[in-house]
Design a binder for this molecule. Structure first.
Ligand code: NAD
Length: 361
C-alpha cells in the first residue's frame, strides 16, 4: 500500500531503509514541520513527494500514514490521519494520556480504518521464540517475570533530547512500550498495577550536539518501579529508569513452575533466548524458531498492511498499544494515589507470528 510518512527525524532513516525490504510498503511522500528534514530524507531514499502535513493528508493516493513524530503529537496526528480517510501506524507511545489514545481507537473503529502502533520488536525472532517455548510448556505454568530497563538517559547522545523529560517521555513511556508489550505478548493482558516513582534530578544538562550545555526542566518521573498482575494470576516486577549509571540485571526473565526463560532485549528483534529447566545443571541457548532477527523496524507496519489485504486482525494493534499505555500510566497513578490501580482496559494476546514470517502467510 502507498504510505506517507509524517516526522522525518532521528528514527525515520531506519524506517525508510528497512521499509524497502517489505513489498507491502511503498513510501510515496514525506512531511515534517521542518520541511528541510523531509527534503533531506526524500533525497536520501529517493521518495518522490515532499509535503506539508496538510498536503500529505489531502493526497488521495496515500492509503496509510506512518506517524514518526514526537509523543505529544502522536494522538492528534493519528486522529487527523483517520479523519482524512487513511489507515495509520504510529511510533510509540500510543498517546501521552488515556483520553486522547482512546479517542484514536474509537475513531478508527467508527471509520473502519486500521490503527497500529510500535513497538514491533515483539514480532521478531527473540520474543516469538520465547512465546513458542511458553506455549509448548517448556517452563510450565506462568508464575512471574522481571523486566529491567536501567539507563543514564538520552541527553548525552540524542540531538534533541528534551521530549524525553516531558509528559509523554520518561523511561516508562519511552522504553516501557518495548518491555510491557513484550510481557503482554508473552503472558497476556494485565489486571492491576502497583508503582512508586520519582524525579531524581529536576534539571538535566544536554551534553550532545547541537544543544550542548542547555538545561532541560524535568517534568516526568525518571525512576519508576512496581509490579503488575496479569489476568492469569502471574506477577511481574518492573523497573524503568533514566537515573542509573551501571547495573547487571537482565532485560526480561519469565518464571514458570518448571523452569526459567531469559528473553532477549525487547528493544531489538533478535538476541539469544536462554532456558533453564528444573533439574538442568546449566542454561541452554535455544535456537530461534522464527525469522526477523536483525533490525526490522517497520515489520509491524508491513504486517498491518498484509492484515488489511487479507482481511484479518493485525498484531501490533491500537488495542494492544492502548492496553500497554494504560499499564504504563498506572505506575505513576499508583505512586501518586498510594494504591493499586485496577485497569479498565484489556486486549487479546497477539497471535504468534507464522514461522515463515510474512512471506508465505
Ligand atoms: N530515536 C530513536 O532511537 C527512537 C527509537 C525508537 C522509537 N523512537 C520514537 O520515534 C518517535 C520520534 O523519535 P525521533 O528520535 O525520530 O525524534 P526526532 O525529534 O528526531 O524527530 C521527530 C520529527 O517529528 C517532527 N515533528 C514534530 N511534530 C510534528 C508535527 N506536528 N507535524 C510534523 N512533523 C512534526 C519534528 O520536526 C522531527 O523532525 C518518538 O516517538 C520516539 O519515541 C525513537
Amino acid at each position: 500500500m502507498k504510505v506517507g510518512v509524517i516526522g522525518c527525524g532521528n528514527i525515520s532513516s531506519v524506517y525508510l531503509r528497512v521499509a524497502q525490504r517489505f513489498p507491502q510498503i511503498e513510501v510515496v511522500a514525506l512531511a515534517d514541520l521542518v520541511l528541510e528534514r523531509a527534503k533531506e530524507r526524500a533525497e536520501q531514499f529517493n521518495i518522490p513527494k515532499v509535503y506539508s502535513v496538510e498536503e500529505l493528508l489531502a493526497d488521495p493516493e496515500i492509503e496509510v500514514v506512518l506517524n514518526l513524530t514526537v509523543p505529544q503529537v502522536h494522538a492528534p496526528l493519528n486522529k487527523r490521519a483517520l479523519e482524512a480517510g487513511k489507515h495509520v501506524y504510529c511510533e510509540k507511545p500510543f498517546g501521552v494520556h488515556r483520553e486522547e489514545a482512546f479517542e484514536v481507537l474509537e475513531l478508527a473503529r467508527q471509520k473502519n480504518f486500521r490503527v497500529g502502533c510500535a513497538p514491533d520488536t515483539f514480532l521478531g525472532a527473540g520474543i516469538q521464540t520465547s512465546l513458542q517455548l511458553i506455549r509448548e510448556g517448556a517452563i510450565g505454568q506462568l508464575v512471574g517475570a522481571s523486566a529491567f530497563m536501567l539507563s543514564a538517559g538520552h541527553e548525552s547522545w540524542h540531538p534533541d533530547p528534551e521530549f524525553y523529560y516531558k509528559p509523554g517521555g520518561g523511561p516508562m513511556l519511552d522504553m516501557g512500550p518495548y518491555y510491557i508489550t513484550a510481557l503482554v505478548s508473552l503472558m497476556g493482558p494485565v489486571r492491576r498495577v502497583a508503582g512508586i516513582s520519582r524525579i531524581t534530578r529536576p534539571q538535566r544538562t544536554i551534553t550532545s550536539q547541537p544543544k550542548y550545555g542547555e538545561t532541560i526542566q524535568v517534568e516526568t518521573p525518571t525512576h519508576i518501579t512496581g509490579a503488575v498482575e496479569f489476568a492469569n494470576g502471574a506477577i511481574a516486577t518492573v523497573t524503568m529508569s533514566f537515573d542509573v549509571q551501571a547495573h547487571r540485571l537482565p532485560c526480561i526473565e519469565i518464571y514458570g513452575t518448571e523452569g526459567t526463560l531469559q528473553v532477549p532485549d525487547p528493544n531489538g528483534f533478535g538476541g539469544q533466548v536462554w532456558l533453564r529447566r528444573a533439574g538442568d545443571t546449566d542454561w541452554q541457548v535455544v535456537a530461534h524458531t522464527h525469522p526477523y532477527d536483525e533490525q526490522y523496524r517497520s515489520l509491524g507496519l508491513a504486517e498491518m498492511i498484509q492484515a488489511i489485504q487479507q482481511n484479518r486482525p493485525h498484531r501490533a494493534s491500537g488495542a494492544l498499544a492502548y492496553h500497554v499505555l494504560d499499564i504504563m500510566l498506572a505506575f505513576n497513578d499508583s505512586s501518586a494515589l498510594g494504591a493499586h490501580i485496577s485497569l479498565e482496559s484489556t486486549c487479546e494476546q497477539p497471535e504468534p507470528m507464522p514461522k515463515e514470517g510474512l512471506g508465505s502467510e
